[in-house]
Design a protein around this ligand. Structure first.
Ligand code: K7E
Ligand code: CUA
Length: 658
């Protein structure tokens, strides 16, 4: 048996190496003749690796110093941040601080520009420094990722952030003025004209107080179209608008593309309008929300909505133009269609012709056709819901259904005409065939188990007009027994699947060190053109221009004006200038640090003990912070990056006289 296994391993290795490296012209000595390193079999045997393990290892191993083919941008869930992972190696490349302060990036610990940006996301004067990120959306041009920006939502507070992929840093946070939680966000229109956001848990607009008994009358949902100004790289609230929605708990959305460009689709899961209140003898939410067999797919004609706003038929509500429900109905902006049952994902196919809605509490995916939707609208083939919104006839708009298994959630696509859907309850990925015009040709092809309780999936460019196939990542919940125990708060488990061949194969398990990831998008790595250093010394990365506080070497100074003290400091390997900053207790201090270096690897950090200050100055960056010297004493500040052999000497004293 052992011998048989060894022969299998040898054959497999020889085949794989011939396939992978056969065309290389200069083989290393170890791979000459058989093409097999001499110790490979011994290693495989000693480590107890199966042929499948070896094939997985060869598919995911990226040699030291080599780069990954794809970058996956995944939500960090309730860490409130964004994580960048290389594929196929599954190496974590970067945590990008978004809604939650991160000390190592100097994010949210004194940096004035960053504090100001974070404060723009405060809610009614309450400082918000956490978040729950769910859905990153890479910017698109003609329905394909262009590698310039990524947007991500905070579900808890209904906020959207803009991250610039020139430096992978957050540039803007916007708070929706009418809703308190979102979920159907972020999704971009095919040319990133708009970043779409939809509410989740309905509240009165502006989250004003209203008794829960007035739910149907006063609580509402909202689909917001944030206008993205590509020139400025910022969301423009003035040009943004929203469509008021019934309080059905809108969930996941997608923007139409190609033939469905101009439309947005969003499922929902509380058409019952249940209001909970188990303590008052009402059905609990979990039961109340899932009584009916169908909920509503929301279908929004956003190009029409744009015209309606231009025509002045919207209302300013809390500073944003809102199309109220009666107007949305009268102007053919908003339609509904039944969907089984408490569904989750809504995912437009690469050709834009179909929308896949996954049943969650129904074992099917339901495929809707944009042509059939348009025809049902033209035929007025509808009934009305309690808000007077037209509900399109299910049989008229449904194109196909495929039974996949228990708990279908999210769908991605490949380059060979297949769709992949996560099955939460089955802990599996289902691969099924898109049948085009023929409803009978939509069939389940294969199911593969994953560990465990899969949420989203992310295939290479898998929600664009031109998916790449190749890889798919299952973003799973609690890893339970998959890794060495690290205490009762469990890691999440990302699993890489090879979807190139006939059968899917799980080829890597990667524990996430942070909160539950939801969605992720995977882009071809060479589409991203990140900078090595800022364009000019003294750069302000948020304003994206030279800072007025940029300080050149030799111009360092401490300026006093009454009890206002301003410090102009430079950082260079290996000193901070000045090295002594002398102030008095009670002073108000504004302090600027310019990293005057431009070399690729010349980042300096800056931390000041006792005053909660942490900065990171990438090459060329100027950062500013301010504080009140409430305590006297002797404090040390120093550079936090081991930037040279004399890095420990890169420090200074803040002397605060009593
Ligand atoms: Cu399914 Cu918020 Cu997209 Cu989690 S959501 S899994
Ligand atoms: Cu700069 Cu250490």
């Amino acid at each position: 048996m052992k011998r048989f296994l060894l022969i299998c391993l040898a054959l497999l290795l020889a085949l794989l190496i011939a396939a992978c490296g056969g065309r290389k012209s200069t083989p290393t000595p170890a791979t000459q003749q058989s093409g097999l390193p001499q110790d490979a079999l011994t290693i495989a045997q000693e480590r107890g690796l199966t042929p499948a393990d070896i094939s997985a290892a060869l598919k995911t191993y990226v040699p030291s110093g080599k780069w990954d083919d794809y970058l996956m941008f995944t939500s960090g869930g309730h860490s409130g941040n964004l994580i960048v992972i290389g594929l196929p190696s599954m190496r974590i490349l970067k945590h990008v601080a978004v809604f939650t302060p991160e000390s190592w990036q100097g994010y949210g610990f004194g940096n004035k520009d960053i504090e100001e940006m974070l404060d723009a996301g405060n809610v009614d004067g309450v400082k918000i420094r956490m978040g729950d990120t769910h859905h990153p959306a890479l910017s698109e041009t003609a329905g394909d990722y262009d590698g310039q920006w990524v947007f991500i939502n905070d579900k808890t507070n209904a906020r959207i952030a803009v991250v610039d992929l020139r430096d992978f840093e957050t540039k803007q946070i916007v708070k929706d003025p009418n809703i308190i939680s979102n979920h159907g966000s972020s999704f971009v229109t095919p040319n990133t004209d708009y970043v779409i956001q939809t509410s989740q848990y309905a509240t009165p607009l502006g989250w004003d107080y209203a008794p829960i008994e007035e739910y149907q009358e006063k609580y509402r949902g909202m689909m917001t179209f944030w206008k993205f100004d590509r020139e400025k790289g910022r969301i423009d609230m003035e040009q943004s608008f929203a469509v008021e929605l019934p309080p059905y708990w809108q969930d996941l959305c997608d923007a139409g593309k190609l033939v469905s460009d101009g439309w947005a689709f969003c499922n929902s899961f509380n058409s019952e309008m249940a209001t909970g209140g188990i303590e008052e003898g009402n059905p609990p939410f979990e039961a109340g929300v899932s009584q009916r067999d169908t909920d509503y797919l929301h279908i929004v004609d956003w190009k029409k909505a744009e015209e309606v706003v231009k025509a002045g038929k919207s209302e300013d509500i809390n500073g944003i133009q809102v199309i109220r429900i009666p107007t949305a109905v009268a102007e053919n902006v908003l339609f509904l269609a039944p969907e089984p049952k408490s569904p989750h994902g809504a995912d437009v196919t690469p050709d834009g012709k179909y929308i896949t809605v996954a049943g969650k509490l129904d074992p099917h995916v339901t495929i809707y056709s944009i042509d059939k939707i348009k025809k049902a609208i033209a035929d007025q083939n509808w009934t009305d819901d309690p808000f007077g919104i037209h509900v399109l006839d299910f049989d008229a708009v449904k194109h196909a259904q495929v039974e996949l298994g228990l708990g279908p959630l999210h769908t991605q696509y490949d380059d060979k005409g297949f769709a992949y859907t996560s099955l939460f309850l089955d802990s599996a990925v289902a691969k099924w065939k898109l049948g085009g015009d023929d409803p009978a040709a939509y069939v389940l092809v294969e199911k593969i188990p994953v560990q465990y309780n899969i949420g989203h999936i992310s295939a290479a460019e898998g929600d664009t007009v031109s998916p790449d196939g190749k890889y798919l990542v299952a973003l799973n919940k609690w890893a339970v027994d998959r890794f060495s125990p690290v205490g009762p708060l469990l890691p999440q488990n990302l699993q890489l699947l090879d979807i190139n061949g006939e059968a899917m194969q799980v080829i890597y398990d990667m524990a996430m060190g942070v909160g539950e990831p939801h969605y992720a998008q995977t882009i071809k790595a060479d589409k991203i053109k990140a900078l090595n250093a800022y364009p000019e010394v003294g750069w302000d990365p948020i304003k994206w221009q030279k800072s007025e506080f940029a300080t050149a070497a030799g111009e360092e100074k401490v300026v006093r004006n009454g009890n206002e003290v301003e410090v102009f400091m430079t950082a260079v390997r290996s000193h901070l200038t000045p090295e002594h900053v002398k102030i008095k207790k009670g002073d108000h201090v504004v302090w600027h640090v310019t990293n005057i270096e431009t070399a690729h690897d010349a980042t300096h950090g800056f931390q000041l003990g006792g005053y909660n200050i942490s900065l990171s100055m990438e090459p060329g960056e100027t950062a500013s912070f301010e504080f009140d010297a409430v305590n006297d004493g002797t404090y040390a500040y120093y550079c936090t990056e081991f930037c040279s052999a004399l890095h420990l000497e890169m420090m200074g004293y803040l002397l605060v006289e009593p």
